[in-house]
Design a protein around this ligand. Sequence first.
Ligand code: ADP
Ligand code: MG
Length: 509
Amino acid sequence: MTKVGLGIAVGCAVASSVIAAVMVGRRVRSRRRWWKVVKVVDEFEENAVTSVGRLRQVVDAMAVEMHAGLASEGGSKLKMLLTFVDNLPDGTESGTYYALHVGGTNFRILRIQLGGQRSILGHDVERKPIPQHLMTSTSEELFDFIALSLKEFVEQKGNNLQIPQVRGKDIGLTFSFPVKQTSVSSGTLIKWTKGFAIEDMVEKDVVHCLQKALARRGLDMNVAALVNDSVGTLALGHFYDKDTVAAVVIGTGTNACYFERADAVIKCQGLLTTSGGMVINMEWGNFWSSHLPRTSYDIDLDAESQNPNDQGFEKMISGMYLGDIVRRVIHKISLESDIFGPVSSKLSARFALSTPLLAAMHEDDSPDLKEVARILEETLDIHDVSLKVRKLVVKVCDVVTRRAARLAAAGIVGILKKIGRDGTGGITSGRTKGGKSGKMRRTVVAVEGGLYTSYTMFREYLNEAVAEILGEEIAPYVILKVMEDGSGIGSAMLAAANSARSVDTVQVL
Ligand code: ADP
Ligand code: MG
């Protein structure tokens, strides 16, 4: 070989080893980056753990907090509010009634015609989004919008009513915010949640505001019941099935209520009701326990929210927040590595990923996860991600959804535990009215809300966790029943139940 030839050969060898070194270096770096990504996801999963042991701790904490909230005003983060609903509909109600539902994504107006014998003869619903600006304006503007919408609805012919000429006068108002009730048809707003913030409304009587707005519009109607959405759901559940003892709403926000013995409401001594019990609105969105598996993403979400240190349970469970938790994890991964390309500005924006989109990614069953790629691209401005990365995104969605569903399940079992329907201590303590043999009684929990009804994976995880916590002996006695539109229909039913009664059945001595 000539000197020149030798030089070229050496040069080639050096060049190829440099190229090889660069490639190895890249591979090592990329592996290191992937390792970092895996670490972020693993850490998240570990901190979000919901083993059955952990869930049982949450069950106990829920039951303990319920006791504390019933023992004294301010005794727990759970407000355990009196609803003054002492009798639930039993199917004998008849006539035409209206309901207004404020506090969901959509404002809803309903008209139902009840025919006795557990029958609903007709049912009309209108859904309207509440214009964004009204959510933070004045109470007068908000209620004027509501009254005008009701007036237009009342003036329409009832398409689905059998006897449209019969016009009801009684309205049930479903108001899904924390309210301190003073009777079944009056109560003051404690605070806003879910993005509403109308300062002049806080501590005002909600029914009074609506009644004034109705008068301004010349509507001669009467608000006969002011109920929380969970109470409406319980009412509808009980209308169909008398074994319904509790109701849970899991939609944009989350809440629960249940039927409690009057003597267990220690903070209201001398509460006399005809039934011996009363529905308690737990406001469980504000539940908190150190056993809840909280992650750094939850802490950041809370700190940046409109209501820091508030509604902690809701922020881990409900539709308003789940998408944003996923977004935060993806954002963190994007900061730690380049697997999503340059950090997109959309990915940094709060609430950029909604929960229905999270669900669509989670439930994408196409082999190449096309839907995941499309949503990342169109919603978060993240392009050309590999299948491996798409799978990772699905994994993050799964962790967030599974944790939410399982925590909600623990909350439900917590309620059952409080009333001795979970098959544990209650049976021997005599708290459970389980019959002489001490056997579990059939127990129904009514469930409403888009997260549960429209997100199959969420629903399956929740149902599965309830059965897992209860164990196979007790689980068959506990039935979760979907009550579509329960919050509205049930509220109209409570208006029916309360307009028919000439005297108050609840007394506080
Ligand atoms: P609201 O809670 O506002 O009264 P819904 O009960 O209909 O109304 O719940 C709506 C919420 O449910 C949405 O904000 C969304 O978070 C969630 N949701 C609705 N549809 C789906 C879906 N297909 N997948 C996941 N979440 C959904
Ligand atoms: Mg709702």
